[in-house]
Design a protein. Structure first.
Length: 210
């Protein structure tokens, strides 16, 4: 594991993730927990945002303190499961702009194909936080990051709930400049490309589909 991979093993995150993993957790609770974990994770994702010294007058005195310099941020969920992570992050960063990336797998080549990509107009000037609950093979996330880079953006971070070692390796090979933030690193992929032990299909559990 390199310094570009950040495993956020905070007790609150691990507790909520354990409930999400339970097959008996329903859609409503699953959605709420993903919202809460995303909010907790973005606390670490934004740890290195630049600040500047400002002067503030409290009810008792003038003081020098620090505030964000105003680095613009963009949140880019990978459709569809990534949408479930947006609201939690926006609660902490309400001024962030939101883009969307949609991918499907070509049945012949098995390669990810972009069918939708809408980024903030000034995305090349923003820190872009790419969201997808599951980092399995890493194919979709790698393709999404490639599409973003092709549009001129270079400051990119990837945030996942659960990752498989195979997915981490793929991102590090294809995009060694991108920091990866995960709540848990699981064992491996099964023969169908699902993360073990994982939590099943995040999109289906999030939206109540099959």
């Amino acid at each position: 594991m390199t310094e570009k991979v950040h495993i956020l093993n905070h007790p609150l995150i691990q507790h909520k993730l354990s409930i999400m993993r339970d097959k008996n957790t329903g859609t409503k609770e699953f959605r709420e927990l993903l919202d809460e974990i995303s909010m907790l994770m973005v606390y670490e994702v934004t740890r290195d945002l630049p600040t500047e010294e400002v002067e503030v007058e409290t009810p008792l005195a003038l003081m020098k303190t620090r505030m964000l310099t105003g680095m613009p941020i963009g949140v880019v969920p990978i459709l569809r499961a990534g949408l479930g992570m947006v609201d939690g992050i926006m609660q902490l960063i309400p001024n962030a702009k939101v883009g969307h990336i949609g991918l499907y797998r070509d049945p012949d080549s098995l390669q990810p194909v972009e069918y939708y990509c809408k980024l903030p107009a000034d995305s090349e000037q923003r820190l872009l936080v790419v969201l997808d609950p599951m980092l399995a093979t890493g194919g979709s996330a790698s393709a999404a990051i490639t599409f973003i880079k092709q549009r001129g953006s270079t400051n990119i971070k990837l945030v996942n709930l659960i990752a498989a070692p195979e997915g981490i390796e793929r991102i590090q090979r294809d995009h060694p400049d991108v920091d990866i933030y995960v709540a848990a690193m699981d064992e491996r992929l099964n023969e169908h490309g699902y993360i073990l032990p994982g939590l099943g299909d995040a999109g289906d559990r999030l939206y109540g589909t099959k």
